[in-house]
Design a protein around this ligand. Sequence first.
Ligand SMILES: NC(=O)c1ccc[n+]([C@@H]2O[C@H](COP(=O)([O-])OP(=O)(O)OC[C@H]3O[C@@H](n4cnc5c(N)ncnc54)[C@H](OP(=O)(O)O)[C@@H]3O)[C@@H](O)[C@H]2O)c1
Length: 373
Amino acid sequence: MMKSNINRRNFLQKSTLISAGLLLSTTGLFSFARNVNKASNNPPISYSKKINRKIGSLEVSAIGLGCMSMAGVYNPPQDKAEMVKLIRNAVENGVDFFDTAEVYGPFYSEEIVGEALKPYRNKVNIASKFGFSYNGNNVTGRDSSPQHIRSAVEGSLKRLQIESIDLLYLHRMDPNVRIEDIAGTVKELINEGKVINFGLSEVSPETIRKAHAVQPVAALQSEYSMLERVMEFDILPLCEELGIAFVPWGPLCRGMLTGRFDENYIPEPDFRRAGVPYFTPEALQANLKVTDLAKEWALKKNATPAQIALAWLTAQKPFIVPIPGTTNQNHLMENIGALNVEFTNTELKELRTSLEAIPTIGFRNPESVFQNL
Ligand SMILES: NC(=O)c1ccc[n+]([C@@H]2O[C@H](COP(=O)([O-])OP(=O)(O)OC[C@H]3O[C@@H](n4cnc5c(N)ncnc54)[C@H](OP(=O)(O)O)[C@@H]3O)[C@@H](O)[C@H]2O)c1
């Protein structure tokens, strides 16, 4: 059972075991990348050539597309026509798993995704999220009361121009509503055909278990990357135990793992890297050593650091589906190309040993996984 007063040493011992477990259980996980060329400059492989991943009742491409920053966040809101083009380009190159949320914009990301995917409805899987209240376009707080969930879902369906949401996540836990009541409301929406699968985001193991007892949870979406590895403590093993897919957000650590920033980078004050503890000048200096490691491996594997970061994630477990976010066509193609990168078990062990030897700054404490964010 989960306890909030976890002894840190136990955690560290456990983390070593879990790391070992992750490494041992990666045997044969690379079926998704079988028979493909490694060169990063090759055209992206066709997804039909690799094995898709399961999320509840869905079968999805092993790498999805995050559509948050199209509506702002790391950059100003983007031109709708351009983003529609980008999303359609992703579909044409085999991506069939798209991530959005009511709060992105708010509302604008769902509008873009809805318009872009309208011609492809039967070929793609759309994930969205609820959990916030608004006054106009301003977020006023969290609200996952049953009535509010229902009205949020009606709004999402309309903007997404679909009859049912393939995967609907609780975005952030509402401390004023029992998780059983939230899961119960989503269960009703599933029975009504408005939602197909239920997901959670950034919640504790206790919340996951309680929700799962009411309505099976298809996916957990939380931050996970080569840099932010806190999910390896109790969360990934729990997902494995319960058969829950894991969808890492921030798989490129908000761009840090791509090599686009050096230690002089100062986050733009209006966007969502400012104030993030792993982007302070001191933290950057330490954390970019992990990017250097990704660069080293990129050279070895004829790939790019972003591709190494994404391939590393998909290699950890067969139920992991990263959703790198981008507003840039070239980055999109580069990220899809991560499916061309294959690691042997020996390489994975070597990479993990190197990773664990690098001290990083600004990431979550293991104890924090026992709290809902
Ligand atoms: N559940 C949650 O609470 C939660 C929180 C945050 C995000 N999300 C979801 O997860 C998705 C991904 O997370 P994220 O966007 O926060 O972080 P991310 O995917 O780790 O990083 C996105 C950043 O990396 C840049 N980037 C992407 N590919 C690149 C490449 N090949 N080379 C250079 N730069 C590249 C993007 O800029 P460009 O646009 O210039 O490519 C963007 O600034 C989001 O889109 C959203 O759907 C969920």
